[in-house]
Unconditional design. Structure first.
Ligand code: NAD
Length: 426
């Protein structure tokens, strides 16, 4: 008798969900949030769990796969959020990510509520054909709950531009006409926005530059360490280097590379194109992902998995600024330690909001069938990120609190006002 992979208790009991709820609880208490609203915000408004068969390339092997789409808040407009393919995806993790999307959109002022999706599968185990097959089947399972006016997916860990193109195609095939606005992060040929690929990284570095300004430092010449050399991490590294920063270490799931004098990023990119992983890159020392977090640097950018900086290693971090490209990289315990040590933390819901901001631009361009130049996209993105950083920082000073609490207060506060205005149906 096969054991079902769906165990309701385990499904919710994820460290990321506990972290997201604990952050909300702390903020709600401080804001004296209405108890009913507080309860509503702790759980998603809608959560879909699907299971489906998936055939491997050898044709004989068939696996049962679980997929999710969670819509945390439907108050502000359609819901918006990425799709993650990873082995540890469960309902709790996807819900945490959806909740963070709600705060993120509210902080930068986008007309969306938070959502997130995921498929529990190891993306590194998939051939290109398998990746396409699993994507098309997952999309047909959730086709009724997504749509340009309903819920708009985007890339996240394990998914990219090509996966977004397949999502758009599958959805369009089922509707019978082309619907570019159902997904963002598409290739520009299909209605994707210029600048979307680098948007999250650009937002992270815009915030890091703002933090440098606040601390009286310069990003030029600063040492930068990046965990996770994917869509977010590689763009953040490249843009940091354009600002004159020295990118000294980067990593992927297999480990990292470290060169105290600075990495040649063009050579790193060539190596990754040819070898897929960073391992073996010549001219740099290899480090584990845990060692990488503890390297001496001015700016540390986690841009991979969640709960990386915990009570166990927060004391040992040597950075001055922690700019969270990843979602949920820092536990509450670590937050307290970093705060006491004077590390300037730019929280995920602010630092990585550049991705959803340009996704919003893409959705607007698709609706208007009128496309902007890359310069225009980048300029508007930098304006929005700078303004959001400065407003959150001013709130943090006024409330004498840290940037995470101030960001959450701003996000939760905006949602609270919108909910109050809409009232209760019926
Ligand atoms: P990606 O799949 O493009 O890249 C992820 C990178 O991290 C890869 O290099 C992978 O090898 C590495 N990695 C995976 N697991 C790891 C682990 N346990 N330890 C160290 N490295 C590991 O993903 P991405 O889209 O760049 O997303 C990275 C993070 O940024 C995620 O937390 C995601 O939620 C967040 N994020 C992404 C976007 C976006 O626009 N893509 C937007 C906001 C936030």
């Amino acid at each position: 008798m096969p054991v079902s992979a769906l165990d309701t208790e385990l499904e919710w009991n994820s460290p990321m969900y506990q972290l997201a709820v604990a952050q909300l609880d702390k903020t709600a208490e401080r804001m004296r949030l209405d108890a009913n609203l507080w309860t509503r915000l702790r759980s998603p408004q809608r959560a879909y769990v699907v299971s489906f068969p998936f055939r491997r390339d050898d044709y004989q092997t068939v696996e049962t796969v679980f997929g999710y789409r969670v819509q945390h808040l439907l108050t502000m407009g359609p819901t918006k959020g990425g799709i993650r393919y990873a082995l540890d995806v469960d309902l709790g993790e996807v819900t945490a990510l959806a909740m963070w999307m709600t705060w993120k959109c509210a902080i930068v002022g986008l007309p969306f509520g938070g959502a997130k999706g995921g498929v529990r599968i190891d993306p590194d185990s998939l051939s290109r054909r398998e990746l396409q097959r699993i994507t098309r089947r997952y999309v047909s399972e959730i086709v009724d709950v997504i749509g340009p006016e309903r819920d708009i997916p985007a890339p996240d860990m394990g998914t990219d531009e090509q996966v977004m193109a397949w999502i758009m195609d599958t959805y369009s095939q089922q509707k019978g006409y082309t619907v570019p606005g159902v997904v963002t992060g598409k290739p520009p040929e299909l209605g994707g926005s210029l600048g979307r690929r680098e948007a999250t990284g650009r937002g992270v570095i815009t915030c890091a530059a703002e933090a440098c300004r606040v601390l009286g430092m310069s990003l030029e010449g600063a040492r930068v360490v990046v965990q996770g050399y994917g869509q977010v991490g590689s763009a953040a590294a490249a843009i940091a280097a354009q600002h004159g920063a020295l990118v000294v270490a980067v990593s992927d799931v297999e480990g990292g590379i470290y060169a105290p004098q600075g990495l040649d990023l063009a050579a790193v990119n060539r190596w990754v194109r040819e070898n897929r992983f960073l391992r073996g890159f010549p001219g740099a020392d290899s480090v584990t992902n845990q060692e990488l977090l503890l390297l001496p640097c001015e700016v540390l950018i986690p841009a991979a998995a969640g709960t990386q900086i915990t009570g166990r290693n927060a004391d040992l971090l040597q950075c001055r600024i922690l700019a969270e490209g990843a979602n949920g990289p820092t536990t509450l315990e670590a937050d307290a330690i970093l705060g006491a040590r004077g590390v300037f933390v730019i929280p995920d819901i602010l630092a990585n909001a550049g991705g959803v901001t340009v996704s919003y631009f893409e959705w607007v361009q698709d609706a208007q069938k009128f496309f902007w130049t890359e310069d225009e996209v980048n300029r508007r993105l930098i304006d929005i990120m700078r303004r959001a950083f400065r407003e959150v920082h001013a709130l943090a000073l006024r409330e004498q609190t840290d940037m995470r609490t101030a960001s959450l207060m701003r996000g939760v506060g905006r949602v609270k006002e919108a909910k109050r205005r809409r009232g209760i149906f019926p």
